[in-house]
Design a protein around this ligand. Structure first.
Ligand code: URA
Length: 209
């Protein structure tokens, strides 16, 4: 949650000054209970000084198993939308507000469960350090959890999406929907919602080098 006071006891503060050392330290994070049931920490990936950082909610089932962010169905949709606007995925940094998969078992399936505020807050120091080290010029909050983490308060996505706003000095913020929302909308709305998402992402093009 956006808060400029550093939490000196959080492991992210002891983790050194490179994204690699941060990633390594996050692997053994126990700052909230989510590590207990997850397979592994899923840390952000991308160029260490990417101009654009996309922030999702939390890893899903595929991400938890592979250890990479946005590789499951939502990630594939995101990749398709980035390609549609001419943003190479390998040029952006992709991460999540929460770095462990939260789920409940239903039958044989692990079903996504939304992280609560205390879990988002416990993970915020990792995200804050990622932003400090990568120094992106644009943050893209994908959905409500990412926006909540970055802004420190709940923000309605529908009224705030698709606009550039100042996040910090020299850093802009773009809020849009989470790609998993597009997977859930009724078929009749899918094309329109996808087009709106692509239109939002177009604003990111100007931030690429
Ligand atoms: N949803 C997210 O928010 N992040 C991922 O990495 C995958 C799905």
């Amino acid at each position: 949650m956006k808060d400029d006071t550093k939490n000196a006891t959080h492991p992210a503060e002891q983790a050194g000054n490179s994204i690699e050392s941060l990633r390594k330290a996050a692997m053994s994070c126990r700052a909230c209970p989510l590590w207990e049931n997850a397979t592994q920490t899923v840390f952000g990936e991308g160029p260490s000084h990417a101009p654009v950082m996309l922030v999702g909610e939390q890893p899903g089932d595929r991400e938890d198993l592979t250890g990479h962010p946005f590789v499951g169905p939502a990630g594939q949709l995101l990749a398709r939308a980035l390609t549609a606007v001419g943003i190479p995925r390998e040029e952006v940094y992709v991460t999540n507000a929460v770095k462990h998969f939260k789920f409940e078992i239903r039958g044989k399936r692990r079903m996504h469960k939304k992280p609560v505020d205390s879990e988002i807050a416990a993970c915020y120091d990792w995200l804050r350090r990622e932003i400090e080290l990568v120094t992106p010029r644009l943050l893209i909050a994908l959905g409500a959890t990412a926006a909540r983490s970055l802004l420190g308060r709940a923000t309605p996505i529908t009224v705030n999406r698709g606009k550039l706003r100042e996040y910090a000095s020299g850093v802009s913020l773009l809020i849009t929907v989470h790609p998993s929302f597009l997977l859930r909308v009724p078929d009749r709305d899918k094309d329109d919602e996808y087009d709106r998402f692509v239109n939002d992402l177009k604003l990111a093009r100007a931030f690429l080098d």
